[in-house]
Design a protein around this ligand. Structure first.
Ligand code: MV4
Length: 458
């Protein structure tokens, strides 16, 4: 087992990894920018190294400085968390070259899955159902038009290097293919330095359902059920849950089998997530694989009882996958709300600044993963998530009641947060019925006035 892990990240995920390491009796090293000097990951790690100024490019994305911090402290492994360098094939390679274990996939797997068109070909060959459409990279706008005319409209044009909706276009008619291709390809080139595009049949109002997998270095892989992630706004998830209210036992088995096939096909080691689109008839299609721990991993932990970060570290250290968990029994229902310092009444505008008063909910079935505290100043340079509230209860109905209770107890004074918006969603009939898809927030009406009291508390 590793003796000392350096966490190349900040915020709640850095804390989450520190907690797992300490329970495994592994020493921890935090790295931080000058904007995070007073951050809890710096305080709770055994050692901390300042790696630069606030700009991510000068700190959390700066590979030479992170490697130097490893050398200075004698760490033997690096946990990248999510975001930042977690899906950088180059970082994975440089870690290995410097004899530090990267707690994530090898560069070839990150590359293979980072290229979305290639990932679909790989998964299709492994027997995973993929979104129908032309295979591989399009030759150019003309090729896109020929393929789209063949397939019939509507179609989706997607950037192979993309993700989060960037470089993606819905095309409804033949005349629009060429201009859409050109603008999406240009957008991708600007954002990711690569303009490669692929084409897919458009799935109307899909659900976003993802499957957690765990693989070891002995050829074993298991799945740990699905997460329902359809409550998103502009490709930012706001609420996640497990299990999905739309997935029955039979579909869960089919989803899990598909994900395991995919994981085994690439000899996947560690934690990974298979993202699927699911249509109203419960047909599901592989979309992308995420080769990192995800923000929403706690809902899976709550219903399976497994510590995913501990397992991730153990898989990389050569332990065997707990295959007895192949027949895991889902226990109850879990929901997570991402708490962002954003103003839901003002187009979710980020709201950095000082949190002057801070009280987190507690009690039975409530978990909080947060790096914030009273007096904490939210920096402007990073994302606006200040924590996650996760609940666990016997069933979905009770989990919703518990989440309402938890959100009600929460006090955050200073920044505006997404909490009142999430309270409104918990009350929504469509959300409560469990019959919703990725279009949910497009039609959701938020009555700000009803929740104004939340700001006046304390
Ligand atoms: C799609 C789709 C419908 N059909 N692909 C959006 C983000 C990107 N990762 C994939 N996305 C979509 N791809 C086909 N062929 C609909 C979406 C989509 C979506 C997917 C998941 C969660 C929320 C979404 C919101 C709008 C569109």
């Amino acid at each position: 087992m590793y003796k000392k892990v350096l966490i190349a990240n900040r915020g709640e995920i850095a804390l989450r990894v520190i907690r797992a390491c300490h329970e495994l009796n592994i020493k921890t090293v935090a790295v931080y920018s000058t904007a995070d000097e007073l951050s809890l990951h710096v305080k709770f790690a055994d050692e901390a190294v300042c790696i630069g100024p606030p700009a991510s490019s000068e700190s959390y994305l700066n590979i030479p400085r992170i490697i130097a911090a490893c050398e200075i402290t004698g760490a033997d492994a690096i946990h990248p968390g999510y975001g930042f360098l977690s899906e950088s094939a180059n970082f994975s390679k440089i870690c290995a070259e410097n004899d530090f274990v990267f707690l994530g996939p090898t560069p070839d797997i990150i590359d293979a899955m980072g290229n979305k068109a290639q990932a679909k070909i790989t998964m299709k060959a492994a027997g995973v159902p993929v979104v129908p459409g032309g295979e591989g990279i399009l030759d150019g706008p003309e090729d896109a038009k020929v393929k789209a005319d063949e397939m019939g409209y509507p179609v989706m044009l997607k950037a192979s290097a993309g993700g989060g909706g960037k470089g993606m276009r819905l095309v409804k008619k033949s005349e629009d293919v060429i201009p859409s291709f050109k603008s999406a390809s240009q957008e991708s080139l600007t954002s990711f330095g690569n303009g490669d595009m692929y084409i897919e049949k458009f799935i109307q109002n899909p659900r976003h359902i993802e499957v957690q997998i765990l693989g070891d270095s002995h050829g074993n892989a298991i799945h740990l059920g699905e997460r329902e992630c359809s409550i998103q706004r502009r490709h930012q998830k706001l609420i996640e849950e497990s299990p999905s209210p739309f997935v029955d036992e039979e579909t869960r088995k089919a989803l899990g089998d598909a994900a395991i096939k995919g994981a085994k096909a690439v000899n996947y080691v560690g934690v990974g997530t298979f993202e699927f689109l699911m249509d109203k008839n419960k047909n599901f299609y592989f979309m992308e694989m995420n080769t990192r721990i995800q923000v929403e991993h706690p809902v899976t932990e709550m219903v399976t009882g497994i510590d995913l970060i501990k397992q991730q570290i153990k898989m990389h250290a050569g332990f065997k996958c707990p295959t007895y968990l192949e027949n895991f029994k889902l226990r109850g229902h879990s929901i997570e709300c991402r708490i962002n310092a954003e103003d839901p009444a003002n187009n979710f505008m980020p709201f950095p600044g000082v949190i002057t008063n801070f009280h987190m909910p507690g009690g039975k079935g409530v978990r909080v993963d947060s790096h914030a505290y009273a007096g904490y100043k939210i920096p402007t340079q990073y994302d606006s998530m200040i924590g996650k509230i996760i609940v666990h209860a016997k069933n979905r109905e009770r989990a919703i009641i518990r989440m309402q209770r938890a959100l009600e107890e929460t006090i955050i004074v200073g920044p505006k947060t997404t909490i009142p918006y999430q309270m409104a969603i918990m009350k929504d009939e469509k959300f409560r019925s469990g019959v919703f898809d990725t279009s949910f927030l497009e039609t959701f009406e938020y009555n700000q006035a009803e929740y104004a009291y939340k700001e006046e508390k304390v």
